[in-house]
Design a binder for this molecule. Structure first.
Ligand SMILES: Nc1nc2c(ncn2[C@@H]2O[C@H](COP(=O)(O)OP(=O)(O)OP(=O)(O)O)[C@@H](O)[C@H]2O)c(=O)[nH]1
Ligand SMILES: [Mg+2]
Length: 488
C-alpha cells in the first residue's frame, strides 16, 4: 500500500516537472538527449565526437541542417543543473585528438549543454539547446532493480551465478554463502565479506575474456562517492522460507540495505536523468560480446531486454506529458563499426536489431520512432582487401593500441597493421556455437577485434577550416535521426 502511494506521488512529481519542462520547450527549443549504454559501449567517445564535430563544423553530409548551411554556430554553454559536474569535454578532446588515446572509463555523472544557432526553414534565427548527460555504464544495470525485491534479486543472482561460465568465477563467493544462515543474527563482518566476494565475482565476469553484461548492482563495480557505505554492503542470500524476514536477522539487514540502495542510489538516478529524456540513443558494443563468445552474446541480449523494459517510449504530447514524460525517438546504435569492414555493417545492424526486437516492437506500438544503425563515432581504421592465398579478405588497417595482442604478436602502439576480424554471421545470431575468448585462447577464437588507437584529424583539419572533424562512420545519420527535425 505504502509503496503504491509512493509510486503515485513520484509519478505526480515527475508529471508536474514534465509539464513545466514542456512549457519551457515551447519558448526555448531544447532537447535532452539520453546517451545510454553499458560500460565500454562508447558513450563518452560518442558525446565527445558529436560535440567536437558540431562545434568544428565537421563533414556530416547526411545531417541536413548542417549540410545545407542552416547551422551557423554551435557552442558550449553553462549547464542547467548546478549540482552535477560538467562533462570534461576539453580533456576528452585533448586525449582523442592530441594524444590519440581513448578517454578513461567514466566514474561519475556529468552534464554538458550545447547551444546550436540555426536558421529555421522559414528563415527565422533560432537557438536549439541540447543537454547531454554522461554517466558510468554500470549504473544502467540498476534500473531493473527498481521493480525487484531483495528475495527476487537474491534468487535471480544465485540462479545466474550457477550457470556456466559464471559458476567457476563465483566459487569463493558460493563457498562463503554456504556458511551463512539468513535467519542468524545480523552480522556486519559477514555482510562485509559477502559483499566483497560478491563484488569480486561481478568484476571477474566483466573481464573482457567473459564480457558478461548482467552484473547488478552497478555501484558495486563503480561505487562513485558511496564507496564503503552500508548501502553498498550487502549481497544475495540463499533464502529458503518465504518472507517476511525475521527481525534483526542477517536477512533483514541485507534486505534493508538493498532497499536503501534502491532508494538513495537507483531511484534518484532514474528520476533525475532517465525520466527527463526526450530522445535516446542506445549504444551497444556487440563486437565485445562476439569476441568473448556465445554466452556473452546471450547475456548482453538479456541485459538489454531488462534495461530497455524500464523506458517508456511514446510520442511526447501535452496530454501524455501530463501523465508521464515520454521519449519519442530511440536510435539503437551498434558502436565501433570501424572494427569491421563495411561489407559486414549490414550484418551488424541486423544482429543489433534482433537483439532489441522486443523493445522495438513495443516502442513502435507506442508511437515512438525507432531506427538501428552501425556507427563509429570516431573511425580509427581504413579499409583494404588483403589476399590470403586465393581468398580476398575484407580487412581493416589501423594502429593497435599499445599492449593489444593478435595471435602471438603484442603491439607497441605505433605500427600499423592490416587485420581480417572475421565475418559476422548473417542476419540471425549464430544458432551454431562459435568460439570466443571465454572458451580458449585468442588464436582459436572466431573473431578478433583489437583496440585501435584514435585516428589523426582529417586532412585539412589542422587549419581549423570546415571539415575539421574526426573521421567517423554514420555519425551524421545518427544526428539526423536524433536531432534533424528539431531544426525545422
Ligand atoms: N574504434 C573505435 N573505438 C571506440 C569507439 N567508441 C569507443 N571505442 C572504444 O571503446 C572504449 C570505451 O568507450 P567509452 O566511450 O569510454 O565507453 P563508455 O560507454 O563511456 O564506458 P563507461 O564510461 O565505462 O560507461 C574506448 O576506450 C575505445 O577503445 C569508436 O567510435 N571507434
Ligand atoms: Mg564513459
Amino acid at each position: 500500500m505504502f509503496s503504491g502511494m509512493h509510486t503515485i506521488a513520484e509519478e505526480a512529481r515527475l508529471a508536474a516537472r514534465a509539464l513545466v519542462e514542456f512549457g519551457s520547450h515551447l519558448l526555448h527549443p531544447m532537447v535532452r538527449l539520453g546517451v545510454t549504454g553499458l560500460s565500454g559501449a562508447g558513450k563518452t567517445v560518442f558525446i565527445t565526437a558529436l560535440v567536437h564535430d558540431l562545434i568544428r563544423g565537421a563533414r556530416l553530409p547526411v545531417f541536413e541542417p548542417l549540410a545545407c548551411g542552416r547551422i551557423a554556430r554551435a557552442r558550449l554553454e553553462p549547464q542547467p543543473d548546478d549540482a552535477v559536474p560538467r562533462f570534461e569535454y576539453e580533456r576528452h578532446v585533448r586525449a582523442l585528438v592530441e594524444e590519440r588515446s581513448w578517454p578513461q572509463s567514466t566514474r561519475h555523472i556529468s552534464e554538458l549543454r550545447l547551444a546550436v544557432e540555426y536558421q529555421s526553414r522559414n528563415g527565422a534565427e533560432r537557438t536549439l539547446t541540447v543537454d547531454i548527460v554522461d554517466y558510468p555504464g554500470e549504473w544502467l544495470l540498476d534500473l531493473p532493480l527498481l521493480t525487484t525485491s531483495f528475495a527476487e534479486w537474491s534468487a535471480q543472482a544465485l540462479k545466474l551465478s550457477r550457470e556456466d561460465p559464471r559458476r567457476k568465477l563465483a566459487a569463493s563467493w558460493h563457498a562463503h554463502l554456504a556458511t551463512l544462515s539468513p535467519a542468524a543474527p545480523q552480522d556486519e563482518q559477514a555482510a562485509l565479506t559477502a559483499a566483497k566476494l560478491f563484488t569480486d565475482y561481478l568484476r571477474a565476469c566483466r573481464d573482457s575474456r567473459y564480457a558478461l553484461s548482467l552484473l547488478p548492482p552497478g555501484r558495486f563495480l563503480m561505487p562513485g562517492e558511496l564507496k564503503g557505505s552500508p548501502a553498498l554492503t550487502f549481497a544475495p542470500l540463499e533464502l529458503t522460507g518465504a518472507g517476511p524476514s525475521p527481525k534483526n536477522s542477517l536477512w533483514s539487514m541485507m534486505e534493508r540495505r538493498f532497499e536503501a540502495y534502491k532508494h538513495f542510489v537507483v531511484r534518484p538516478f532514474f528520476r533525475e536523468h532517465f525520466a527527463r529524456l526526450d530522445r535516446q540513443i542506445v549504444l551497444i558494443d556487440a563486437l565485445a560480446a562476439f569476441n568473448a563468445g556465445p554466452a556473452a552474446v546471450k547475456d548482453l541480449e538479456g541485459t538489454l531486454a531488462a534495461i530497455l523494459a524500464c523506458f517508456r517510449p511514446g510520442r511526447w504530447t501535452l496530454p501524455s506529458a501530463l501523465v508521464r514524460p515520454r521519449i519519442d525517438k530511440i536510435l539503437f546504435a551498434a558502436t565501433k563499426a570501424d572494427h569491421l569492414h563495411q561489407a559486414s555493417h549490414d550484418r551488424l545492424e541486423r544482429i543489433v536489431a534482433r537483439m532489441t526486437q522486443a523493445v522495438i516492437a513495443r516502442a513502435k506500438f507506442s508511437g515512438a520512432a525507432i531506427d538501428v544503425v552501425a556507427l563509429a563515432a570516431v573511425r580509427a581504421t581504413r579499409e583494404a582487401t588483403v589476399a590470403r592465398g586465393r581468398e580476398k579478405l575484407p580487412s581493416i588497417i589501423g594502429v593497435p593500441a599499445a599492449g593489444e595482442a593478435a595471435g602471438t604478436e603484442i603491439f607497441d602502439g605505433t605500427s600499423e597493421i592490416a587485420l581480417f576480424p572475421g565475418d559476422l554471421p548473417d542476419a540471425e545470431l549464430p544458432a551454431h556455437e562459435f568460439r570466443g575468448l571465454t572458451a580458449g585462447s585468442a588464436q582459436r577464437a572466431d573473431y578478433r577485434f583489437v583496440r585501435f588507437r584514435p585516428p589523426p584529424l582529417e586532412p585539412g583539419a589542422a587549419d581549423g577550416g570546415a571539415g575539421a572533424g574526426l573521421p567517423h562512420i554514420r555519425l551524421d545519420r545518427a544526428l539526423q535521426f536524433l536531432l534533424g527535425d528539431r531544426f525545422s
